[in-house]
Design a protein around this ligand. Sequence first.
Ligand SMILES: [Fe+2]
Length: 380
Amino acid sequence: MIQPFQIASGPRVRFGAGEAAFAGEEAAALGMKRPMLLTDPGLSAADVLTPIIGGFEKAAPGYQLFEQAETNPSDESILRAREFYESNDCDGMVAVGGGSSIDTAKAMGILLTNGGKLPDYYGADKPANRVPPFITVPTTAGTGSEVTRASIITDVERQSKASIHSDTLYADVAIVDPSLLATLPKRFAAGALMDALTHAIESIGSLRSTPWTEALSMQAVALIGRHARAFVDNPADPGAAGPIALAATLAGASFTNTGLGIVHGLTHPVFNFFGGHHGTTNGVLLAAVMKFNLPAMRETYARMAPLLAGAGATTAEAAIEGVRAIALDIGIPATLPGIGVKEEYLDRMAIEAAKSATVQTNPLPADEKDMKKIYLELMG
Ligand SMILES: [Fe+2]
């Protein structure tokens, strides 16, 4: 019997190569006269913005360009973005980028319509009012932030990541344009893709998984299994970029309804102590966590096996090996020291990982000892 469930479907999604040129039209349709176009300095340099700016010049010429969104945005950088929005009389947000610009816009938007300070909204369902009119345009196929109800930010004073989860953060429109991935450097393409694969697999395993979200995630797993290697080899290949961009958005739409698992719980302490790329760290951890979760996931992983390891694969173990092979083939380091982790920090990292909210939705309970064991297994 299917248990009762609810699904929030988030923004209207506009998908397709070349669709980002319509961001200006969409902004005008939402009533924006002076949209704040948020992005990061790297994107202007890589010419990713050119077709988007062209669209704004035609349809919403009052746009205000803010190019200072930070990677892993700090609370301070979000306050600077807010200051820009207010001093330029902006009336809507168009975030172009990876998780950085989009999460900056969400957090800034909450302050604009709710007042107060960011820590007032850490956790779930705290803001009362929706963010201003809001369009997301992802330029990496990874975070899924374009369709999620979460903003992940770095709290400088507490020296840790903090998150805000609320339906008030959903964008009005997400424009997913695979042609924007063409200039993605290979190592970011690989890391982002592993983030998307982790979202899909952790959402399927979540204790809050539903048949609806599993449909989204299984399709994401299938697309990534089939196209991961070709995409990282050449992110400008439309035959691979389209499926991978779609997979990342599907996985985002899935996990925003289910929560994640302990791959993310283990990844955040790595970032807090050593920095590094979120998706790459997930990629190092994913297969080891699947092995840990195997007793609860045998039947589901077996269904994933042909998607990840080829038509003849039928066992849960083959699915895990398939994930490991994809990660290695696209250049994800095999061990934690490969991304700079040092053994003397593992105890503290394990304590932090065990406190992660992701433990509550992981298919199996996991305590400090379990976390340390998983870290140790990946020390090479
Ligand atoms: Fe993630």
